[in-house]
Design a protein around this ligand. Structure first.
Ligand SMILES: Cc1ncc(COP(=O)(O)O)c(C=O)c1O
Length: 396
């Protein structure tokens, strides 16, 4: 006998509660319009370097079309272990401490599902990448956001985190450089957070996907601080630094017990990442000009241009110290993030993401990705400036 579902019963409650991504929601509105300049989606406008694409083609030519081990190709785990050791100062055993995932997206989901018991509180800084709060909820955890302020360069302070800690706190999620604000952390600020984490016996999940796109100072991983590697899951991938978003390759490094727990979820849900993409990832790390390469210099130019353009038109904008996002404030216009972004796209054909898509503390801001070409950025800025002038005139 078939069961009749009442309206509202069909979808699991924890799924009903999560919203659609504010980025996708906004982009469905603008899809198909050729006149629009998009500073929206967060991916490099560069195509994956040729030698990496060639490695993928070569994998196909050799008939490398099988599954790999659940943890990923041993060779890829070895080169990752070496790269992370040299670049981030943390040594992970390739055999037991590195897991290859389908992008950082999957690694984040695995990390949360591996550590969260129902009701555990997971602290994260906000505005933040759109997956964090839904990912925590889907793992039956309780998302606890800690706002990051523009006046602190969007860095998070140990004091703010301390206020959010309760006996139910299990872990802290960090993402520096930050999507969407471009915030980074100094060694001293990270050290204070590391001390707090140890004092309260918390775990850390650190998403360092933008680390190679650090423009000011050196990138420091919290995993490299004394006593932290044993309580940190380090997440990284190839999407941003090698313009490999479509290859879907990420990785997690951490204590063997946690990597094994993540691998057990991964083996039943995903099995393994694509072998073709894994071969390409080996090539990315072994050969070529290194991560970010010439993209980084180009992004720095674009960043400097866009930030000064926003400040000149009266939209206060901090210099993002990393990532490829500018996060100007639209508060001076009197419009909300959504109003500003919707009118800007309708009236001037420039698409940016409203800041509140990254959590309530992003309200009043706009995320503008400067991974678009400089010429396009220039036109987008001219149009935005014209739009702001119109608003001022209309407002008297
Ligand atoms: C902070 C952050 N983490 C993770 C991801 C997802 O990356 P991947 O393509 O490796 O799944 C993104 C993508 O924009 C991101 O901005």
């Amino acid at each position: 006998m078939s069961k009749d579902f009442k309206s509202g019963d069909l979808v699991a409650q924890q799924v009903q509660r999560i919203p659609r991504s504010g980025i996708r929601e906004f982009f469905e509105l603008v899809q198909g319009r050729k006149d629009i300049i998009s500073l929206g989606v967060g991916e490099p406008d560069f195509v994956t370097p040729w030698h990496i694409r060639e490695a993928a083609i070569y994998a196909l030519e050799r008939g490398r079309t099988s599954y790999t081990s659940n943890l990923g190709l041993p060779k890829l785990r070895e080169v990752i272990s070496q790269y992370v050791g040299e670049s981030f100062g943390v040594r992970y055993q390739a055999k037991s401490q590195v897991l290859i995932s389908v992008g950082v997206s999957e690694a984040l989901d695995l990390a949360l599902r591996a550590i969260v018991n129902p009701g555990d509180e997971i602290i994260y800084h906000e505005p933040c990448y759109v997956s964090y709060a839904p990912g925590i909820s889907l793992a039956y955890g309780v998302p606890v956001p800690v706002p990051c302020l523009a006046e602190n360069g969007f860095a998070v302070t140990a004091e703010a985190i301390e206020q959010a800690i309760t006996p139910k706190s299990k872990a802290l999620v960090l993402n520096f450089p930050t999507n969407p604000t471009g915030g980074t952390m100094t060694y001293d600020a990270l050290k204070r957070i590391a001390d707090l984490v140890k004092e309260h016996n918390l775990l850390v999940i650190t998403d360092e996907i933008y680390s190679e796109l650090t423009f000011e100072g050196d990138h420091i991983s919290i995993a490299s601080l004394p006593g932290m590697a044993e309580r940190t899951i380090f997440l990284h991938g190839f999407s941003k630094a090698y313009a490999m978003t479509g290859f879907r390759i990420g990785y997690a490094c951490g204590p063997p017990e946690l990597i094994d727990a993540m691998m057990r979820i991964h083996q039943y849900s995903m099995l393994c990442a694509s072998i073709i993409s894994q071969d390409a990832a080996v090539e990315a790390l072994e050969n070529g000009t290194g991560p970010a390469g010439e993209m980084k210099d180009e992004f720095r130019l674009r960043r400097n241009y866009i930030v000064s353009a926003y400040n000149d038109m009266g939209l206060e904008c901090q210099l993002p110290r990393g990532s490829f996002y500018a996060f100007p404030s639209v508060q001076s216009t009197g419009l909300s993030s959504n109003e500003f972004a919707s009118k800007l796209v309708q009236e001037e054909g420039v698409a940016c993401v409203p800041g509140n898509a990254f959590g309530p503390s992003g309200e009043g801001f706009l995320r503008c990705c400067f991974a678009a070409g400089l010429e396009q950025i220039k036109v987008a800025c001219e149009r935005t400036s014209r739009f702001v002038k119109k608003l001022k005139t209309a407002g008297g």
